[in-house]
Design a protein around this ligand. Structure first.
Ligand SMILES: [Zn+2]
Length: 160
């Protein structure tokens, strides 16, 4: 599969957990968790595991890993190190009850881009509320690092 390092885990360690996942799913010893996207909250989208913790013994549930939609996984979580402002704006979008897929709507996407540009100008823009979402501010995605040093730093591992 050829993963890059993440949270201080090597690509090889990441591959090993994914290989074990595939094995356990196939043998029926692990069930896929069917949930809403555990980042944006979209209840009606395919999800896959976003893994924060590849340490052994393997854990298959939060806080070791979260089920997230493709856009949250591929477009937001993975790219947050390279595009920190976009990640910050996306979190604001999620806090206002936005699903990742809402950004496919042209009007909502334009509002999001305008919001990002206003932030870049140093303004303090707001986004209109899309859905009532009960959040504490302590959600797992609020606390993720955007420091690319954590990709390879063993101290970034949640467990040894
Ligand atoms: Zn999502």
């Amino acid at each position: 599969m050829g993963y890059n390092p993440y949270n201080g885990y090597s690509g090889k360690e990441r591959d090993e957990k994914e290989a074990e996942r595939a094995h356990l799913l196939q043998s029926g010893h692990l069930q896929l968790r069917h949930t809403e996207c555990e980042l944006c909250g979209d209840p009606d989208t395919p999800t896959k595991a976003h893994v924060e913790d590849y340490s052994k013994p393997y854990l298959w549930e939060p806080p070791a890993e979260y089920m997230v939609c493709d856009t949250c996984a591929n477009d937001m979580l993975q790219k947050r190190f390279r595009n920190k402002d976009r990640w910050d704006s996306f979190k604001a979008h999620v806090r206002r009850g936005g699903y990742a897929r809402d950004l496919q709507d042209p009007a909502t996407n334009k509002e999001f881009l305008d919001y990002r540009e206003a932030r870049e100008r140093g303004e303090k823009p707001t986004l209109r509320i899309l859905r009532d979402r009960q959040l504490t501010g302590n959600e797992w995605w609020e606390k993720l690092s955007i420091d690319s040093n954590t990709l390879t730093d063993p101290k970034a591992r949640p467990r040894p």
